[in-house]
Design a protein around this ligand. Structure first.
Ligand SMILES: NC(=O)c1ccc[n+]([C@@H]2O[C@H](COP(=O)([O-])OP(=O)(O)OC[C@H]3O[C@@H](n4cnc5c(N)ncnc54)[C@H](OP(=O)(O)O)[C@@H]3O)[C@@H](O)[C@H]2O)c1
Length: 290
């Protein structure tokens, strides 16, 4: 491979932020290795010498190994760990298996992909040029009802990224991305991934709480930033000679961080419980999770 442009590999390019990142990074002069669980999901991306497509499921070691092998010889400079989804629901009713699968994708998958591509980034560019972007969330800094499993996974991403940054810099820069609400397929997917949880919640005090939560999520579809705007912010950070450690995307994320920092914990809890319809509940649940 004689191509000397810098290349970035992006996970989860079938939809949303990942899909928008393909165009944003190409516009910023990067060669892009767009990956998705299914190659068919990458159809429609404009062809060009600056694009490769690869299948990559971040939860399957053999898929990660095959993608890394396919990239040998490319001057890989950067990795964007974007793939992820949200397992929602009250923690009392989230099974261990659902929590495990959430971590398999958002945390263990991100870590496995990082380890697989780090040697290629070292080999593909000079010290100081390499970049690893870990897409966390504003919910990696604050935990909210109905999203405890997802928040836990994103807190873990923040912790992994901050340690990785200290371990790798200045040889390779680690950029932590913390978006607020972004318009993407995220909300449709989270409804599908609820599985039989709504049925299990019937008759419990969480039934209306989950319904209100999902309705509020639909509002984020209207008010959130576009995936394209989010992707442009990430591509700009990736391209800077001195990239930021942390990129908080969206006014909602910014102000939520401010509120969390300045409000007394009791007031923060009161506001969240009230916002989620938990404020006026009696002491205990009406039924017990099995
Ligand atoms: N949207 C928001 O409001 C928001 C806010 C903060 C952070 N984020 C984070 O941003 C990232 C992108 O989310 P999005 O909003 O763009 O949602 P999205 O449109 O649902 O995109 C998620 C992407 O992750 C992929 N993915 C899921 N599991 C995977 C796996 N095992 N292997 C490979 N790819 C997998 C999906 O692929 P399939 O099509 O194959 O499922 C899809 O391409 C996620 O990490 C999310 O947590 C989103």
């Amino acid at each position: 491979m004689t191509d000397q442009r810098p290349w970035v590999l992006i996970t989860g390019c079938s939809t949303g932020i990942g899909r928008a990142l393909v165009a944003a990074c190409r516009e910023a002069g990067w060669g892009v290795i767009a990956t998705a669980r299914s190659l068919a999901a990458l159809e429609g991306l404009p062809e060009g010498p600056d694009l490769r497509r690869l299948p990559l499921d971040v939860t399957r070691p053999e898929s990660i190994a095959a993608a890394a092998e396919a990239c040998a010889g490319l001057p890989l400079t950067a990795l964007i760990n974007n793939a992820g989804y949200g397992q929602m629901g009250p923690l009392e009713w989230i099974g261990t298996e659902e929590l495990r699968v959430q971590f398999e994708t958002n945390v263990l998958g991100l870590h496995a992909v990082t380890r697989a591509f780090l040697p290629l980034i070292r080999a593909g560019c000079r010290p100081g040029e390499g970049r690893i972007v870990q897409v966390a969330s504003v919910l990696g800094r604050m935990s909210v009802p109905m999203a405890g499993a997802y928040c836990a996974s994103k807190f873990a991403v923040v912790a992994l990224a901050e340690a990785l940054r200290l371990e790798l810099e200045p040889e390779i820069r680690v950029i932590l991305v913390e978006p607020g609400a972004i318009r993407s397929e995220f909300r449709e997917t989270l409804v599908k991934d609820l599985g039989d949880l709504p049925g299990r919640l019937q008759g419990t005090r969480f039934e209306p709480v989950l319904a209100a939560y999902l309705a509020r999520h639909r509002g984020a579809e209207v008010h959130g930033l576009t995936a394209q705007a989010c992707a442009r912010r990430i591509a700009a950070a990736l391209t800077r000679p001195r990239p930021p450690r942390r990129v908080v995307i969206g006014a909602d994320a910014f102000w939520a961080n401010v509120a969390k920092a300045i409000l007394p914990a009791a007031l923060w809890d009161w506001a969240l419980r009230r916002a989620f319809g938990l404020g006026k509940q009696p002491g205990g649940p009406r039924s017990v999770a099995k």
